[in-house]
Design a protein around this ligand. Structure first.
Ligand code: URA
Length: 434
């Protein structure tokens, strides 16, 4: 069937045949099918949707457009994927923790775009850290250390790279089948037998409503299973920034504090990190979640997870002592905001915090922009804390944009809401999709 007929069929809401989906993706990757026809099909998919079967075929076709990793005999191979949020440094804790629990964790991570930070950008604030490994070196580090985090190379899923660039400029990002096939094709190509998804939901997330987040979680889990992987998703709250740091180097420092026991064990988002690692371990090793959770806490509290992180950093050329020294000596402009009234912190709008961090230089507005490693926000309070008038709420940090500091500070202050009564604490985990 020719491309136009396939587009017509999807526009009319028909279910596409497996051979047509595969031929379309192959033609797009080879250049035979032009961008405008791929964009038209993406728009038709956005409007008409896809069945679970079509989504699985699309995912498989995209996965097979590039290299696929195989890990062979040995410890179970697993990974966790987050759909991204503000202050989301969870991978820096979860991946080494899962490795410390006896999994191999090959983690291809992304760079930040818009208000969502990227794990690779955060890791690159460690002097010497190579987040652009060749696939061969990535394999060696996973074999030697148990965990490696690097950016997806051009060898993995070229179909997604090409299609995502088109979706970004044609208003076709917001489609559950397209998001599922985009995320999953990359994760499946990584070769992990177990995948755990952290689907963020709320003001600072891609998925704003619970129903949308749950639908994406279901689609990711079902499509992973269709590809023969063990999978599970947690829908987690993303209304306020996670932890106290929003940025890059400050988030690495915060993750290190969590790994090294310099963070209150009971304080979120550490329990969420343990829960996600425990789900990876339980699924991959086929043990009870309670047993996996206990193992994860033991590995965290004993410092073993921190050692896995440190060994990974060293294997990838990073120097954590230089990281601490450079961060301490970084020339930055800082602006502190204080509570205009006393009361409980009812909310800290994650979207606004993400936009402010982006404006300060911690993120990139367009792909390829440089980020300022030390820019961002250091929160001094969390939702539920009580403050008196004048108490510090947060510090804004930038190296490059001192002129807009005060304006951004006013915007961040407006992100805080206060209440007389202590707000009910809302658990980060909203739903499990198994
Ligand atoms: N992240 C991806 O990798 N792809 C999408 O389509 C959306 C988020």
């Amino acid at each position: 069937m020719v491309a136009k007929e396939i587009i017509d069929l999807k526009r009319q809401g028909a279910e596409l045949a497996e051979s047509d989906i595969r031929a379309f993706i192959a033609g797009f990757v080879s250049g035979e099918i032009p961008d405008y026809q791929m964009s038209a099909l993406a728009m038709a998919i956005c409007c008409r949707g896809m069945t679970a079967g079509e989504t699985a075929v699309l995912t498989d076709a995209m996965m097979r457009s590039g290299s696929m990793l195989e890990w062979g005999e040995g410890l179970p191979v697993a990974d966790k994927h987050s759909t991204g949020g503000v202050g989301d440094k969870l991978s820096l804790v979860i991946q080494p923790l899962a490795a410390a629990c006896g999994l191999r964790v090959p983690s291809l991570t992304g760079r930040g775009l818009g208000i969502t930070g990227g794990t690779a950008d955060k890791l690159e604030t460690i002097p010497g850290y190579n987040a652009s490994l060749s696939l061969a070196r990535f394999r060696e580090i996973v074999a030697a250390v148990g965990v490696s985090m690097t950016v997806q190379t051009g060898e993995i899923c070229p179909a997604d790279k090409k299609l995502y660039a088109l979706r970004d400029v044609t208003g076709t990002v917001a489609s559950i089948p397209l998001i599922t096939s985009s995320i999953l094709s990359k994760k499946l190509a990584e070769g992990a037998g177990t995948l755990v998804f952290d689907v963020k939901c709320g003001k600072g997330a891609f998925m704003r409503t619970f129903d949308d987040a749950k639908a994406l979680a279901r689609s990711l889990v079902e499509s992973s299973r269709a590809a023969g992987r063990k999978a599970l998703a947690l829908v987690t709250r993303m209304d306020a920034p996670l932890g106290r740091a929003v940025g890059n180097a400050n988030e690495v420092a915060e993750a290190l504090a969590m790994l090294r026991g310099e963070w209150d064990w009971a304080l979120e988002p550490l329990p969420l990190c343990v829960e996600l690692a425990a789900r990876m371990v339980a699924l991959a090793k086929e043990i009870a979640v309670d047993e996996a959770r206990e193992l994860a806490w033991t590995k965290l509290k004993s410092g073993e997870a921190a050692r896995f992180f440190e060994d990974m950093v060293m294997a990838q050329g990073g120097d954590l002592e230089a990281f601490a020294a450079r961060r301490a000596g970084a020339k930055t402009h800082r602006f502190r905001i204080c509570a205009p009234r006393s009361g409980y912190i009812e909310g800290i709008d994650a979207l606004t915090a993400g936009q402010v961090a982006l404006a300060l230089g911690a993120g990139r507005k367009t792909a390829g922009e440089r980020i300022d490693p030390y820019a961002g926000i250091d929160l001094e309070v969390a939702v539920g804390d009580h403050v008196l008038t004048g108490a510090p709420l947060a510090t804004l940090v930038t190296a490059t944009l001192p002129d807009s500091l005060e304006q951004e500070a006013a915007k961040l202050l407006a992100a805080f809401s206060f209440s007389r009564e202590k707000p009910d604490s809302k658990p980060l985990i909203m739903e499990e999709v198994a």
